[in-house]
Design a protein around this ligand. Structure first.
Ligand code: AVJ
Length: 345
């Protein structure tokens, strides 16, 4: 395995042992402070979902993926296990693989194995905001022969330099329903930016959770074990550590709502009491009323028609979809069409 430098702006860096272990660098801290100043300075307070994934947050998310009520990961894994060969054949090897929000890449091995059965060497670039998750991904894949892994720490869509041409057709993986964290406008902006960076014929494999009964959705985000609540509250712990803030985690509860009209799960931290918080690093004092909420995450659950419309508006072509038997989760192959819109065949 080789770890080469991939620089694209201040907060994108190649992963090596040192950066995986070290505290966040100055650029990363500045990004956290700016996001917090913006989000908590608003009348309706919010924090961006990427803040959830520090070292402990990434570990807690891994625990979430094993929870009985969190069906997403195991459903998608089963889909990949059953159809990886078909998915790779449909994408059309030889391929270079980039993965957005790779995390520990625990499901990606299924696709990489199918690809390695079809081509001699594979270059795989996992991209994530979490250096610790990427270090785990790289370690897990280190012994796979004929595979080169180049992890990149970056936030998308701000930083897309990792998409630079690799000499073969690119396959961009966007699995785990990570796309659900983006609202429709953000998702369209991200997919459009990806499409512009890619070449005609390049493909994306997008995993997306589907709309279903709130009786199934709510427990997936509000598990009886309380792991998701801990994952949510951990963002405050991060702000205490990185920004010197004085959040008392016991004064916040994890709150999950199904927003029918917007077709999304909404996750909040709700203040149990009236309180003041000081955040020395962006230099901010905030007040929270009793019951006031900080919106920390949305998880959109789109039907295939809305998803297809999203792809079309981003200039992408939906070629094929795979679903599990219950049709709870879909994996979609979309393609960058030629500029003149003619068929690729
Ligand atoms: C990683 C964005 C796909 O929305 O299901 C899980 C994040 N948050 N439980 C999701 C999450 C709380 C997850 N994604």
């Amino acid at each position: 395995m080789s770890l080469l430098a991939d620089f694209d702006g201040p907060a994108t860096f190649a992963l090596d042992g040192a950066s995986a272990a070290a505290e966040p660098d100055v650029g990363a801290l500045r990004a956290v402070a700016a996001a917090v100043a913006d989000g908590l300075g608003r009348p309706r307070k919010r924090l961006p979902a990427w803040l959830l994934y520090d070292r402990r947050g990434s570990d807690l998310f891994e625990r979430i993926t094993d929870l009985p009520t969190y069906y997403l990961t195991r459903t998608e894994r089963a889909l990949l296990a059953a159809h990886a060969g078909e998915m790779i054949d449909a994408a059309g090897p030889p391929l270079g693989v980039v993965e957005l929000g790779a995390g520990t890449a625990s499901k990606t091995g299924l696709l990489l194995a199918a690809l390695l059965a079809r081509q001699e060497r594979v270059l795989y670039r996992p991209v994530d905001v979490s250096p610790t998750a990427l270090a785990q991904a790289a370690a897990d894949l280190a012994h796979t022969e004929r595979l080169t892994v180049r992890p990149v720490v970056a936030r998308y869509p701000d930083q897309l330099g990792f998409l630079d041409p690799v000499g073969e057709r690119r396959l961009v993986l966007f699995l785990g329903s990570n796309i659900g964290n983006f609202n429709p406008l953000e998702a369209r902006t991200l997919l459009t930016a990806l499409r512009r960076r890619l070449a005609a014929g390049d493909a994306l494999l997008i995993g997306a959770d589907r709309r279903k009964s709130p009786r199934i959705l709510l427990p997936a985000y509000d598990d009886p074990e309380g792991v998701t609540a801990e994952f949510s509250r951990n963002v405050l712990h991060r702000l205490n550590r990185e920004l010197g803030a004085d959040f008392d985690l016991d004064r916040f509860s994890h709150l999950v709502r199904w927003n029918q009209a917007a077709s999304r799960i909404e996750i909040y931290l709700q203040s149990r009491v009236a309180q003041r918080i000081s955040l020395p690093r962006p230099g901010l004092q905030i007040r929270l009323r009793e019951g006031e909420r900080i919106h920390i995450e949305s998880s959109y659950k789109l039907g295939i028609r809305r998803l297809a419309a999203l792809f079309t508006r981003a200039g992408l072509r939906l070629e094929r979809s795979w679903y599990d038997q219950r049709r709870w989760f879909g994996v979609h192959l979309v393609r960058v069409p030629p500029p003149n819109g003619r068929s690729l065949h």
